[in-house]
Design a protein around this ligand. Structure first.
Ligand code: SF4
Length: 321
């Protein structure tokens, strides 16, 4: 990396949610994110993958400030932001934006598009009306939305156009880091390709850094230089995407990648399909959380939790890797 300082640095981040009984009494904790550390470098796209419920969205939302961390640190551009008072946190909030699956869905149906796009600029900047119009025009051109449609309401746009306006609204705040949560989910393959192309082009135009949350490993392989694989609140493997896809070292990563078509028909060396559901989050297994589904599990896996350790230029949490 040419820039030695990460834009986002997460250190031992923990986010638990209380699990309550019918009387509202807390009976356990859901350990959604349980001691995650990672860095995101300026200009990169980091993929965050894992099964539904593995904690990837909770990690993104906690990094964003949508959830308060239970413990751990979040540093953005060198500044600790995880425990700031609300007012100060709001000030940095515009630099980090969270994009839900369909950013167009967050548009107010009662507002014309022009109103939706000017509103964030009125709140967060001191730009004059003319300057706002110039800014909105530049962003609309970048997302490929015709300025002639500014006086329409969201329901008058196609789903694709709504997405573009939703993205434009986020970009008016000129964020530095954007967390994209399942941004291609539910799209057919041809639309998916154009959406990915748009993300790449916006990244170049606005010097964006992305965290790309997805369960679609083919999309992650196409978009991300690095990938972090999560299982039950922990990162189990983190490394360069090409290296991880070529030679996954954690059995969970191997099982995920076994389901992805290989370029040239090659399969991963250890090719098995993941069986069973993740364990009950109220009663996580001792030691390695993956051991109840891992065909390689040994006694040590129940006795000791494997640390995420350096291994050939990546990090892997497995006793046998
Ligand atoms: Fe499997 Fe043991 Fe490695 Fe966990 S530590 S992934 S149970 S081999």
């Amino acid at each position: 990396m040419s820039n030695p300082s990460p834009l986002l640095e997460i250190v031992d981040l923990v986010r638990y949610f209380p699990l309550r009984n019918a009387f509202g009494r807390r009976v356990a904790w859901l350990r959604a994110v349980d001691g995650v550390s990672l860095s995101v470098w300026p200009g990169e796209t980091l993929g965050l993958v894992g099964e539904s419920g593995c904690g990837k969205s909770t990690l993104g939302k906690t990094a964003m400030g949508i959830y308060t961390p239970t413990a751990g640190d979040i540093r953005f551009a060198g500044r600790e932001i995880g425990h700031l008072p609300t007012r100060e946190r709001r000030r940095v909030a515009k630099d980090l934006q969270y994009v839900y699956q369909d950013p167009g869905a967050s548009l107010d149906p009662r507002w014309k598009i022009v109103h939706s796009l000017h509103e964030p600029l009125k709140i967060h900047t001191t730009l004059s009306r003319t300057e706002r119009e110039r800014e909105v025009g530049a962003i609309l051109s970048a997302v490929g939305f015709p300025v002639a449609h500014l006086d329409l309401y969201p329901h008058e746009l196609s789903g694709g156009q709504q997405r573009r306006v939703g993205l434009a609204r986020i970009l008016t705040l000129r964020p530095r880091l954007v967390i994209l949560d399942e941004p291609t989910s539910g799209l057919d393959v041809s639309v998916q390709a154009s959406v990915l192309k748009l993300f790449r082009s916006l990244q170049r135009t606005f010097a964006l850094t992305y965290v790309f949350i997805s369960h679609d490993l083919s999309v992650v392989r196409a978009m991300c230089a690095r990938i972090a694989v999560m299982y039950l609140g922990k990162i189990v493997e983190l490394g360069e995407t090409a290296a991880v896809f070529e030679d996954p070292r954690h059995p969970y990563t191997q099982s995920l990648l076994a389901a992805v078509p290989r370029i040239g028909g090659r399969r991963v060396a250890f090719d098995f399909t993941l069986e069973g559901e993740p364990p009950n989050p109220r009663a996580l297994p001792s030691g390695c959380r993956f051991r109840t589904r891992c065909p390689l599990a040994q006694d040590v896996c129940a006795a000791e939790e494997p640390p995420l350790r350096e291994l050939d230029g990546r990090r892997v949490a497995c006793h046998l890797a």
